[in-house]
Design a protein around this ligand. Structure first.
Ligand code: ASP
Ligand code: MG
Length: 411
């Protein structure tokens, strides 16, 4: 008998009909002779609504109370799903994060899973039940409810699959798989048959919303076979696994993008050994997440440092810099908003030089100015004007022949 973990996202459990549909699919898997553990998200946009309620009550709701509040969303869908399964004559039990033995670090709003005690789940499975677990939540050592960050139910599912040594973890969502880029943006976007953990991790971190980045990290570290597929359509989805061959001379697997980027430049910093560390320590002490960094040393012992931030963090970044101007000893700050990040990802880059060059060439031909660049072994990210973002994605999708390819094969 195989154990399968299935996770259903917010849209997939967004209404009574959808929950009935999920119940049918879960039962189908169970009837095929599998043990089934199901992880659910909150219904539809209910997490957003709960956060909005909190913000209407208080300017800065306590993080502890916020976690208690938002963790209720998943408890609604898990119990409704259990009822829907029971209604069909099957035995099901729903469990909150703590009942399921999910232990997290002592952080509210973005906690990591530290450990899972699978005793209760295993006990329930042993009596033949379908087990449903609330996604996105766990319990700290001090028995406080903590949530895992937006989109964190994916991570609950993969962590459970690892801990229960499941045969696979299926992530059911409102798209049919992982695409070469967002099919809502590029018409020719193609569904991938398979993608490697590393590529998926880059895409998830670079803004492809399909999977919570930490879930991919977990899957990679514990070798959990993952599949992203639709909860409505029956077609096979996208497998995420360790090694996935690049087809032919394909170098790029997918394109991710993110709007709302701002480039901040701090001018006239002292050109000393400690400058970078002081500047970025100051920003990180204020929890400002910087992304791409560029340093420009001027001839005259001073240096300019540019970095990109999410536009929502701009105001705070400017305030922090201005509060620390004398300590950091810079002349002035400037910034450029309305930027976007467009990234190409593919393990084919490791063995093919010239991928970045080709990317810049394509963008230049279309008169798209690249403002910042960062690379890793398997990705190249560029910062461009928001207004050229879509053209950039389309041209790159075309130039790297992502549309024409047959689905990538792993055989
Ligand atoms: N309900 C949570 C959210 O909306 C967690 C999840 O759906 O994965 O972020
Ligand atoms: Mg999600």
């Amino acid at each position: 008998m195989a154990l399968i973990v299935q996770k259903y996202g917010g849209t997939s459990v967004g209404s009574v009909e959808r929950i009935q549909n999920v119940a049918e699919r879960v039962i189908e898997t169970y009837q095929q002779g599998n043990e089934v553990v199901v992880v659910v998200s909150a219904m539809g946009k209910s997490t957003d609504h709960l956060i909005e309620l909190a913000n209407n009550i208080s300017d800065s709701p306590s993080k502890r109370e916020l976690d208690l509040l938002v963790s209720t969303g998943e408890q609604i869908s898990m119990s409704l799903l259990a009822m829907a399964i029971q209604q069909r004559g099957y035995d099901a039990v729903s469990l909150t994060g703590w009942q399921a033995g999910i232990k997290t670090e002592a952080v509210h709003g973005n906690a990591r899973i530290m450990d899972i005690d699978p005793k209760r789940i295993n006990g329930e499975l042993a009596t033949g039940k379908i087990v449903i677990v609330a996604g996105f939540q766990g319990i700290t050592e001090n028995e406080e409810i903590a949530t895992l960050g937006r989109g964190g139910s994916d991570t609950t599912a993969v962590a459970l699959a690892a801990s229960l040594k499941a045969e696979k973890c299926e992530i059911y969502t409102d798209v049919t798989g992982v695409f070469t880029t967002d099919p809502r943006v590029v018409k020719g976007a193609r569904k991938l048959e398979a993608i490697s953990y590393d590529e998926m991790l880059e895409l998830a971190n670079l803004g492809a919303g399909v999977l919570h980045p930490r879930s991919v990290e977990f899957a990679k570290n514990y070798d959990v076979p993952l599949e992203v597929r639709s909860s409505i359509d029956k077609e096979t989805g996208t497998r995420i696994e360790e090694e996935v061959e690049m087809e032919g001379n394909l170098m790029v697997r997918g394109i991710a993008f993110e709007d709302n980027v701002t480039k901040v430049t701090v001018h006239g910093l002292p050109d000393g050994m400690a400058t970078l560390s002081t500047l970025f320590t100051t920003l990180s002490n204020h929890h400002i997440n910087v992304d791409i960094i560029i340093q420009n040393t001027n001839g005259n012992q001073s240096t300019d440092i540019s970095f990109s931030v999410d536009s929502v963090a701009l105001q705070e970044t400017l305030e922090v810099l201005s509060q620390h101007q004398s300590q950091l000893n810079f002349e002035q700050v400037s910034y450029e908003g309305d930027l976007a990040k467009v990234s190409i990802v593919g393990s084919g880059m490791i063995s093919n030089p010239g991928v970045a060059a080709k990317m810049f060439d394509v963008l230049a031909r279309d008169q798209i100015k690249v403002k910042m660049v960062s690379t890793s072994e398997i990705k190249v990210s560029t910062i461009v004007d928001s207004s050229s973002m879509i053209t950039a994605i389309e041209c790159l999708h075309d130039a790297f022949e992502l549309e024409a390819r047959k689905p990538v094969s792993t055989v």
